[in-house]
Design a protein around this ligand. Structure first.
Ligand SMILES: [Zn+2]
Length: 179
């Protein structure tokens, strides 16, 4: 952040008055601008034994495979946001949504909430942010072509849970980017 949204003066990253950490503080009006972690919401949709994934048509990671997910919008619930992303990216209507995984990624100040779900009538397509959508069996997952470490971790844990037949909600911390 470079300029104050209140007065337009320049902003400096420095210790804020009465705070215990550095913040973006306006040099002119002393307004403290809080920049907090972003929430990413998404789905792990399955059709029978197969997992629905999308090939990204946008940067970052253009052309890599991912699960439908994106930044939560103001005024929506996390489940609504995950369903919205599934509709936008895979043209699929999420059903039977169940919170499954919380990822903390502190080095990039992000929190991910993923839901397991089915899709209505097993129908899906291609949204504007995707090059293609496809169903993958466990053997078909393109491990070397996945977009994000969170997606890799989620798929790995899901396949383990599926062998046991139980899907407990877990909070996983991803400490550093894994490729
Ligand atoms: Zn200001």
């Amino acid at each position: 952040m470079k300029f104050c949204s209140q007065c337009g003066a320049s902003v400096t990253y420095r210790m804020a008055p009465d705070e215990d950490r550095e913040r973006h503080v306006c040099d002119a009006c002393d307004t403290v601008h809080y920049i907090n972690p972003k929430v990413i919401v998404g789905c792990l949709p399955t059709v029978g034994e197969k997992i629905l994934m999308c090939k990204r048509a946008i940067e970052p990671r253009y052309g890599k495979w991912t699960l439908p997910a994106g930044f939560m919008e103001n005024g929506e619930t996390s489940a609504d946001g995950a369903a919205r992303e599934t509709l936008e990216e895979a043209a699929a209507i999420a059903t039977n949504m169940s919170l499954y995984r919380i990822f903390d990624v502190p080095h990039i100040s992000q929190v991910y909430l993923f839901y397991r779900c089915g899709i209505e009538n097993d129908e899906f397509g291609i949204g504007p942010e995707s090059l293609e959508s496809a169903l993958f069996s466990e053997e078909e997952i393109p491990w070397d072509e996945l977009a994000f470490p969170t997606v890799r971790e989620l798929l790995r844990e899901f396949l383990q849970d599926r062998q046991v037949g139980e899907y407990p909600v877990r909070n996983t911390v991803i400490e550093y980017p894994r490729r």
